[in-house]
Design a protein around this ligand. Structure first.
Ligand code: FES
Ligand code: FE
Length: 420
């Protein structure tokens, strides 16, 4: 099949005058598109690796799949954070089979080559079968990911050694990562375990969904009914806010947080003691940042998409989420909970409960979202007859939370990279 995109006929059609923004449904269904995405997007963009708090001590490591590669994300014995490609330079086996731990060396299961925490080859059984100069150039050491960089504790890798610096790439998204990092005076940390689940849908549907304020009330009706049944007064006006294009395909929706947040917004169910604690958290934020920024941190929600596949839901609890396509119609998702290190036990418990009960794979929100995404993917089987998605909501006005500027930002960057 020869794709429109390769003939210069974009899969995106924009008519500003008519306020129309269309995405061809082939973008979600064609294997050739996915192959191009891997080369032009995942091999070129900065991809989220993890948070520095996950490997606090020398020797700590996690194994993680990022951008379709198996990596060791570790802190070497000198304290430096590294991203090593988890494949033995001998004959390929993954040298680290554990999910996480602390070690001075990684020893390959197959022929027992041994690498230190910097990735240097330090042990070869039967060494006399190799010449003296073997590995004197370091070529048999574990390979490092070409680029590794950090912003406010969030670590990113890039498989393209010529990529722009991370901060330039992050563009307007830095403002929102700053807000998340500023929740804490002493630093944020990943807490609890990793949520791992999969969705029978194209990965871009989750990018769209994660910053889609339009679907909230209809898709998550069960949750809003529940809030109301508990005495919550939630109306569409409570979700008033804005959608923003942050540059480079990044986008955000920012809106009121009427349902309470472990970080600072109090809800009646947390009792008088909870209110006092919340007040003191807010006061501390005011002292550090002034009234306006403190209120913005405490009383507003943000769903942030960092192109192509990092979502930070700075709502209620804080959830970090990444996803990657296994095939055009199947993705794997990982999610972690982020918290201020100084948080007390009560609030930590509420946060972890919220991590499970709202955005967790069995929570109030995620199963509904998965249902919606899988319905879209199933609907795309009709794409010979019905070819285009419409993503034009809000082109006729200042973008609001329930408009679609966020997805348009994503798709414009996607199109730019895919047609390069
Ligand atoms: Fe690792 Fe042989 S493949 S030692
Ligand atoms: Fe949702």
């Amino acid at each position: 099949m020869s794709l429109d995109i390769q003939k210069g006929q974009d899969l995106i059609r924009v008519d500003e005058e008519k306020c129309e923004f269309k995405v061809h449904r082939k973008a979600f269904t064609e294997n050739e598109i996915l192959k191009m995405e891997k080369e032009k997007i995942f091999d070129k963009c900065w991809l989220y690796l993890g948070h520095e708090s996950e490997i606090p001590n020398p020797g700590d490591f996690k194994t993680r799949r990022v951008g379709g590669r198996n990596l060791i994300f570790n802190r070497d014995t000198d304290g430096q954070i590294r991203a090593l490609l988890n494949t033995c330079t001998h004959r390929g086996a993954m040298v680290c089979r554990e999910r996480e731990g602390n070690t001075k060396v990684f020893q390959c299961f197959y022929h027992a080559w041994t690498f230190n925490s910097k990735g240097e080859l330090v042990g070869v059984p039967g060494r006399d079968g190799y010449p003296e100069h073997f590995n004197c150039d370091g070529k048999m050491n574990l390979r490092q990911v070409p680029r590794l960089s950090s912003y406010r504790g969030f670590l990113f890798v890039n498989f393209d050694s010529n990529a722009v610096e991370l901060e330039e790439y992050l563009a307007g998204a830095k403002e929102y990562l700053d807000i998340v990092a500023d929740h804490s005076e002493i630093g944020m940390e990943v807490v609890g375990g990793t949520q791992e689940y999969s969705i029978r849908a194209n990965w871009k549907l989750l990018a769209e969904n994660s910053v889609d304020g339009y679907h909230g009330f209809p898709t998550h009706k069960t949750y809003f009914d529940y809030v109301q049944s508990r005495g919550g007064q939630l109306t569409k006006d409570d979700l008033t806010g804005i959608g923003r294009n942050l540059g480079n395909g990044h986008a955000v929706v920012e809106y009121q947080a009427p349902w309470g947040r472990p970080i600072a917004k109090w809800i009646p169910a947390w009792g008088e003691k909870g209110k006092q604690e919340i007040d003191s958290i807010v006061q501390n934020l005011v002292n550090r940042f002034g009234e306006e920024r403190a209120r913005r941190i405490a009383e507003r929600n943000r769903n942030l998409l960092i192109f192509p596949n990092l979502v930070i839901n700075d709502i209620m609890s804080v959830t970090i989420r990444t996803f990657y396509p296994v095939s055009v119609d199947y993705m794997e998702v990982n999610a972690w909970c982020l918290a201020p290190k100084e948080e007390n036990d009560d609030f930590r418990e509420r946060r972890l409960n919220n991590f499970l009960e709202f955005l967790g794979p069995g929570g109030f929100a995620t199963p509904d979202d998965i249902e919606a995404l899988e319905l879209c993917q199933a609907g795309f089987m009709n794409n010979k007859e019905v070819e285009w998605n419409d993503i034009s909501k809000g082109m006729n006005r200042e973008p609001q939370t329930t408009d679609e500027i966020q997805m348009r930002s994503f798709w414009l960057k996607w199109n730019e990279l895919m047609t390069k």
